[in-house]
Design a protein around this ligand. Structure first.
Ligand SMILES: Cc1ncc(COP(=O)(O)O)c(C=O)c1O
Length: 420
């Protein structure tokens, strides 16, 4: 390191010039197609669960290579519906990864079952099949692998283990629109898969969700559940099955159809950005890139996650992020912390049972003893770069790589100048 770095070499946090003077693409992206579609629906007066919704279901299912799509209000509801449809009932256990959004585990609680947390793999940040296997009991009814950031979990081993034990595999593909793994698409590999279209997602209508499956009977059950327990061809006020109202509106569907048209181009752009970052950052001191996903043909890149080695850099992650943001990179530590550390699980063994305050009380669950060391470590050292940033041009992404390298190279001076 030079003794007197020039202004452009010096970290922005220490008075240097930021590496990224970039106006990042905003999100969500929309255009003439969304506007025209929304106006058409508005003027038609046909706002309710109709042709647009069913077209979107068919188009999205075809895009992911699944036979059936059942839309719903959001990704959380889609997981709940999936769990009910595969036969999860109160008292069953469902294995979920500890590194995910709360919804994966909350859906299990909502259907009255008990989430059991498994650790993740270093290589994929998705559920570790070996730890999943260790957590199987006679009460295990399903497992919900999450394809974190669009990286498909090790579905080969997960299906092998689950099939041998008669356990249903429900993919939480909330981040994996368009991800392809060994010739198959995310969400169409297990018994069924679920997706989210919430506003941060790579295809969005503000809110929305869908379940995909090749199983016609399962799709029929889900359609019935999402539509107040009605059955296809049945009378309007006949409700032979239990259901809820999870219907999507025509406004959401018309937006999603437009967003889906744009997705392939955006995926290519994100892929290019991810490749540039990988190439430029490989071998950077203290930066731990995830290994390439050689088993995947395409990847959604809902975000880029890399990890830092605080010991090698001798710099806390908070300071690393502060410096990176000062360079103009919208990086964060990510929203995830080990899911079982949230109060709803951490306090599950105390207090009286209550549907919202303590839904698992009295069910024998004690999450204070859960051990997921890989997840714990990843929650301490991960850095997330958001998907909309990856839509920027090559120059912008080169600047991001330069910023990360700069911060890593100047870790020592950043530490020395930092708060003690
Ligand atoms: C992994 C994962 N699963 C499920 C969900 C739930 O989706 P929604 O917000 O549409 O309910 C999300 C949303 O952020 C998610 O990230």
């Amino acid at each position: 390191m030079p003794t007197h770095p020039s202004r452009s070499e010096r970290p922005a946090l220490l008075g240097g010039r930021p590496a990224c003077a970039i106006e990042w693409p905003t999100w969500p992206v929309h255009g003439a197609r969304e506007e025209a579609g929304l106006l058409d629906v508005l003027r038609s007066g046909a706002w309710w669960y109709g042709e647009q919704v069913h077209r979107f279901e068919r188009e999205f299912a075809a895009f992911q290579g699944a036979a059936h799509g059942v839309s719903c209000t959001n990704g959380t509801a889609a997981i709940e519906m999936a769990l009910r449809a595969v036969g999860v009932v109160p008292g069953d256990e469902v294995i979920v990864p500890a590194y995910t959004f709360i919804a994966t585990a909350a859906a299990v609680v909502t259907v009255g079952a008990v989430p059991v947390f498994a650790d993740i793999e270093q290589e994929t940040l998705c559920i570790d099949p070996a730890d999943m296997a260790r957590n199987i009991t006679p009460r295990t009814k399903a497992v919900v692998p999450v394809h974190v950031a669009g990286r498909v979990a090790d579905m080969r081993r997960i299906l092998e283990i689950a099939d041998a034990r008669g356990i249903a595999v429900v993919e939480d593909a909330a981040h994996a629109w368009g991800s392809r793994w060994r010739g198959r698409a995310a969400g169409a590999i297990g018994r069924c898969g679920t997706f989210s279209f919430q506003v941060s997602k790579n295809i969005t209508a503000g809110e929305g969700g869908i379940l995909l499956t090749d199983d016609a009977d399962l799709a029929d059950l889900c359609r019935s559940f999402s539509h107040c327990g009605r059955t296809t061809g049945g009378a309007w006020y006949d409700h032979d099955r239990h259901g809820s109202n999870l219907r999507m509106t025509e406004f959401q569907a018309v937006l999603l159809r437009a967003q889906l048209e744009r997705l392939a181009d955006q995926m290519e752009r994100r892929h290019r950005s991810a490749t540039i970052l990988d190439e430029r950052l490989v071998g950077t001191r203290g930066i731990r890139l995830l290994p390439p996903a050689s088993d995947m043909e395409r990847r959604s890149h809902h975000m880029i996650i890399f990890r830092i080695d605080e010991e090698e850099l001798r710099l806390p992650r908070a300071r690393f992020l502060e410096a990176l943001r000062a360079e103009g990179v919208p990086a964060s530590e990510g929203w995830y912390r080990p899911v079982h550390r949230n109060g709803v699980f951490a306090r599950a063994h105390i207090g009286p049972r209550h549907g919202i305050l303590a839904p698992l009380a009295g069910m024998g669950a004690d999450y204070t003893r859960v051990e997921c060391p890989v997840c714990e470590q990843v929650c301490r050292d991960a850095v997330w770069l958001p998907q909309h940033m990856l839509l920027a041009d090559d120059h912008a992404i080169e600047c991001v790589a330069a910023a990360i390298r700069k911060v890593a190279e100047h870790a020592e001076s950043l530490r020395d100048a930092g708060p003690r």
